[in-house]
Design a protein around this ligand. Structure first.
Ligand code: F6R
Length: 366
């Protein structure tokens, strides 16, 4: 059932061109510039009128929420707060009747996320569920929602579920933006076309798999890792670090690149691998200077760059290229090399990648 692969995780990583396409199928029609999210249509007016959106989730799903924060703010110009479900539910959160809560959960069974939406519901909020498992508790407890069509995810470390969540949240942000008129038709159409191209661009990232395996071999016995990114690539840095921790048991931290100088820079020496998300986007120049700061302290830098970048390869130890895309879609590509890097490192360390110690696929206890 692993389809010839050694582990479910690697099978699921390589399934992403299809799982992303499946999550858009019947919703996105790039040729006709049409976007339709059936599950949301009855609540579209509420979404458009909302003053604020609160996103709740745990782990990787929380990271997808952080990506969505950028998307909804940038495209739909709405206030977004992203909360760990476990923190949200035990505070006394201010929730008003016209608030929208988006719950993100692969399994649809995460106890803290379920409790968070029950709390928000009791205060009159409208709940949208973004779940992968059809008929799951969170899907049933939501007023409306959109499923991710990632297919069953067996590996404990979430991979294809994350990119499917980001895909569906992008469609949602675009649908709201279009309805609100916060983006031009031209940008809307360009983004639909770019989304349509994402599955084939993910396939292009896979061409670097051998190179990533070589890098993994070099860093197999690293004791620590730092992942740095800015903007939309900040949550990707968090996700890269989480993937590495959970399956290889290497201590890893994700950080916003600019925050590094407020503390973590003290960790940098010739033994510290630093993964930079350094794609050509609006924070490119800033990332370049962050890379200089790390190199000046002899850190070993692995940079995820946009295809054709000629500057960063002269500055760093290793580069992994991803195809160019519209800035807001970057996470769908930049996360892929990080999934592969953590997978290969974990395999080389002899870890049980599909079932890491102490972890369960769905966390139904708080
Ligand atoms: C990370 C991972 C966990 C889950 C988290 C939420 O690889 O698997 O961090 O993302 O437990 O699970 P769901 O999305 O099922 O609510």
């Amino acid at each position: 059932e692993k389809g010839g692969y050694d582990h479910f995780m690697i099978k699921e990583i390589f399934e992403q061109p299809r799982s992303i396409a499946d999550s858009m199928r019947g919703r996105l029609n790039a040729a006709e510039a049409q976007l339709q999210l059936g599950g949301l249509s009855n609540y579209m007016d509420k979404l458009v009128a909302a003053d604020r959106i609160v996103i709740v989730g745990c782990g990787t799903s929380w990271h997808a929420g952080l990506v969505a924060e950028y998307l909804f703010e940038e495209l739909a110009r709405v206030n977004v707060e992203v909360e760990y479900a476990s923190e949200f539910r035990y505070r006394n959160p201010v929730i008003k009747e016209n608030d929208i809560v988006i719950a993100i959960s692969q399994s649809g069974e995460t106890a803290d996320t379920l409790a968070a939406i029950e709390l928000a519901k009791s205060k009159g909020a409208t709940i949208f569920g973004i779940c992968n498992v059809v008929g799951s508790s969170i899907a049933r407890a939501s007023h409306a929602g959109a499923y991710t069509h990632a297919g069953p995810e067996i590996g404990v470390a979430s991979t294809k579920a994350f990119t499917a969540q980001v895909t569906v949240l992008t469609l949602m942000a675009l649908a709201v933006a279009k309805k609100k008129g916060t983006i031009t038709d031209e940008v809307f159409e360009r983004l639909l076309a770019e989304l349509d191209n994402i599955p084939s661009k993910v396939n292009k990232v896979f061409e670097s798999a051998t190179k990533i395996k070589e890098i993994a071999f070099i860093f197999t016995y690293a004791k620590n890792f730092i992942y740095l990114g800015r903007g939309l690539n900040f949550p990707v840095a968090l996700e890269g670090a989480l993937k590495l921790k959970e399956i290889s048991y290497i201590h890893a931290e994700g950080y916003p690149a600019a925050e590094m100088k407020h503390g973590p820079i003290a960790l940098i020496d010739e033994d510290m691998p630093v993964v930079f998300l350094a794609t050509k986007d609006s924070s490119y120049e800033k990332i370049v200077s962050n890379i200089q700061e790390v190199k000046a302290r002899k850190g070993r830098v692995i940079a995820i760059v946009t295809e054709g970048d000629t500057l960063i390869p002269t500055m760093v130890d290793f580069v992994i290229e991803v195809p160019d895309t519209h800035e807001v879609l970057t996470p769908l590509l930049s996360v892929i090399p990080l999934q592969l890097l953590s997978y290969y490192i974990a395999v080389m360390r002899g870890r049980n990648v599909d079932q890491p110690r102490n972890l369960a696929k769905s966390v139904t206890v708080e």
